[in-house]
Design a protein around this ligand. Sequence first.
Ligand code: NAD
Length: 353
Amino acid sequence: MILVTGGCGFIGSAFILGWLDGSDEPVVNLDLLTYAGHPGNLQGVAGNPRYHFVHGDIGDQELLGRLLETHQPRAIVNFAAESHVDRSISGPMAFAQTNVVGTLKMLETVNAWWRDRPAREKSDFRFLHVSTDEVFGSLAPDAAAFSESHRYEPNSPYSASKAASDHFVRAWHHTFGLPTLTTNCSNNYGPRQFPEKLIPLIIHNALLGKPLPVYGDGLQVRDWLHVDDHCSALRAVLERGRPGESYNIGGRSERTNLEVVRAICSALDALRPRADGAPYAQLVTHVKDRPGHDRRYAIDDSKIAGELGWKPAVGFEAGIRGTVEWYLGHQDWVDSVTSGAYREWVGQQYAAL
Ligand code: NAD
């Protein structure tokens, strides 16, 4: 049995769906169901006897202690987090609470349970912490991509909170011997991503004929990875990664934000042409840049490729097209997550529009 946290979010739900598809091993999903968590993401496994949902906070030590005693997981995969940079600028406390304090409380609880396990179970156990490349800060255009030994230089409250959690995870390995693994992954895209993030936001606005907001000059560079590729990398790290190590995960797909938006517009032009025949790219609107916006992230994936034999399988253009198709076919999902609270938040965010 494995315990997944934050499994009702974008990446966690893809991980659970893939897990139950490819393995007989049961999954317990602990999720607080914040605005970003949707049980509907896991509708496909709702009746599956190998799937068990628990509503709760990773920082609830009593609840987590009970879950560990009851289910005796052989591994934990920690996705639970506040994950949106813009929200971390307007409300950083929630990020400190879940990403830092929540992870720390988990480590304490897990370690207290793990240290009394029989020797074999102790050595086989894994705590996999899912983190981001944003902890490394911003790269110059010609600088070498982030390797695992790159200095931590987080620039946003989000990345600062994830960096802190990574350090605690590392410390629990070095101080207490807990068999931890950390992954630092680039930007994900794919089905079921909450439409506050760039790619689903652009698809959503384009279909409504609304402006497509691009921060500043739109030349910020990110590496993009399909969520299914991220999940296959996580499975590889969980099964074959060395305890105490961290692994960078990337898509070998560096693109400027403007290129990403244009790729979405082209896919939409082909799949759902506008009534007046005008290209979606006409809706692109440059808005005031995000404060402290990192210029470039890029991943050196030679460690995970060399040690674990993992590489991404989904090409960027095909992945974007498939993602656009998914959103076109799941308008009911979009409607169910873009509630009044979502509209209020987007309204505040892009008030200038
Ligand atoms: P998400 O915001 O879509 O989902 C987060 C999930 O965590 C939600 O289901 C939410 O309800 C749950 N959650 C939040 N606080 C919780 C708490 N205190 N206790 C229990 N559950 C809680 O996030 P995502 O995009 O799926 O990201 C998952 C993880 O991957 C995060 O740790 C994030 O930092 C990391 N990551 C994300 C990306 C990306 O591009 N999205 C890239 C690299 C790493």
